[in-house]
Design a protein around this ligand. Structure first.
Ligand SMILES: Cc1cc2nc3c(=O)[nH]c(=O)nc-3n(C[C@H](O)[C@H](O)[C@H](O)COP(=O)(O)OP(=O)(O)OC[C@H]3O[C@@H](n4cnc5c(N)ncnc54)[C@H](O)[C@@H]3O)c2cc1C
Length: 350
């Protein structure tokens, strides 16, 4: 057992410090539960990747993603939430209290657990995406589409999420070009038809994004696309490919003002894989039916993008974060007859 395992058992540990984790932390801290927030590999979460958030309630002029997160953290700390660096690598959820393990062997123990680990959007690996993500490259049309009124934009991908992004963007952009590495879509027929029938949406088949042009000051100004009649062109440019095949790959520079990735999200639930918590085929944390954040394991709650494959917004994540803290508080009350460490008597159950 590691050193931390001998330390006091927490009432609530929140895994993740994005909007959902912070909102849960504010509520749990205000309920005197003195939550511990484990910040994970991306302290502050996805919002730290974006410059302007225009759709979060209460900021009529918009707010920077980093600022919103910083304010949320200060708010949670003000009520007594504690933050700790560290990424959870494994979870013991079969025995009580629950135990969370870190890579270095440390562990923390907790009676209630809120999982708010988000979902990471897949990136495509184009040159320039590290620099320009949040500066004209986006993984969220609902969030950033309105910044591209009158632009020509690209959507990368061929599944339902790419079609959704394209249809949403067509409300704002002058033109939307879907770039797909094969010559047929993976999307459901109904979504594919809607996109194909839209007058503003065009398709580049057997094509991929190789490079993004622009700067953080100017945003995205263009891109280099590659195409090959047999599809998957970037693979044909790899060192292992035959030089003749590589020569058949065509490059084309296009002028665009925005690039949206619609190649899916990966929920950060790897550390839950061998636990009794249920995961959907997509990897999302399953919560029980109805308006609750409870999971199949009593005392474990889910909040934010990790349990929400559909909405994926800051405000909805904050909403489910607050719900998870309220659900955890009610559960602690029902199990241990208290709510809040400051009134803590020895637990009577579990
Ligand atoms: C570029 C971009 C722009 C966006 N713009 C907007 C916008 O304008 N408006 C809007 O409403 N939404 C926007 N979104 C979506 C919004 O950011 C997400 O819906 C929101 O951040 C989800 O919050 P979350 O707390 O559930 O997850 P995340 O923000 O993903 O946070 C997850 C947290 O979990 C932690 N974590 C992950 N794995 C572990 C682990 N194993 N152990 C410990 N911690 C872990 C991470 O470090 C992180 O702190 C945008 C997203 C992106 C990527």
């Amino acid at each position: 057992m590691s050193e931390d395992s001998n330390a006091a058992v927490r009432d609530v540990v929140i895994v993740g410090s994005g909007v959902a984790g912070l909102s849960a932390a504010v509520y749990a801290a205000r309920a005197d539960l003195e939550p511990l927030v484990l910040e994970g590999p991306e302290p502050g979460g996805q919002l730290t990747l974006t410059t302007d958030v225009e759709n979060y309630l209460g900021f009529p002029e918009g707010v920077g993603g980093m600022e919103l997160i910083q304010r949320g953290k200060e708010q949670a700390e003000r009520f007594g939430a504690e933050f700790r660096h560290g990424t959870v690598e494994g979870a013991g959820l079969e025995d009580r209290p629950f135990e969370l393990e870190f890579a270095n062997g440390d562990a923390v123990r907790t009676r209630a657990l809120i999982v708010a680990t988000g979902a990471s959007a897949r990136w495509v690996g184009a040159d320039g995406e590290d620099e320009l993500m949040g500066y004209g490259v986006s993984t969220c049309a609902t969030c950033d589409g309105a910044f591209h009124r009158g632009d020509d934009v690209l959507v990368i991908g061929g599944g339902d999420s790419a079609m959704e992004e394209a249809l949403f963007l067509a409300k704002f952009a002058d033109s939307v070009t879907v770039v797909h590495r094969r010559n047929e879509l993976r999307a459901s027929e109904v979504m594919a038809r809607r996109a194909r029938d839209h007058e503003k949406i065009a398709f580049r088949w057997n094509a991929e994004l190789l490079e993004i042009h622009g700067s953080r000051d100017d945003g995205v100004t263009g891109a280099t696309l590659v195409s090959h009649p047999d599809g998957h062109p970037t693979g044909k440019l790899e060192a292992s490919a035959a030089p003749r095949v590589a020569n058949e790959v065509e490059r084309e520079a296009v002028d665009v003002g925005g690039i949206f990735y619609g190649v899916g999200h990966v929920p950060n639930t790897g550390f839950l894989e061998n636990t009794p918590v249920e995961l959907a085929d997509s990897g999302h944390l399953e919560t029980l039916e109805g308006m609750t954040t409870e999971t199949a394991v009593p005392g474990v709650f889910g909040a934010g993008d990790v349990m929400d494959p559909d909405y994926r917004q800051a405000v909805t994540s904050a909403g489910t974060g607050s719900m998870a803290a309220l659900d955890a508080e009610a559960w602690l009350e029902s199990q241990f007859g208290y709510s809040g460490s400051r009134t803590l008597a020895e637990p009577t159950a579990q």
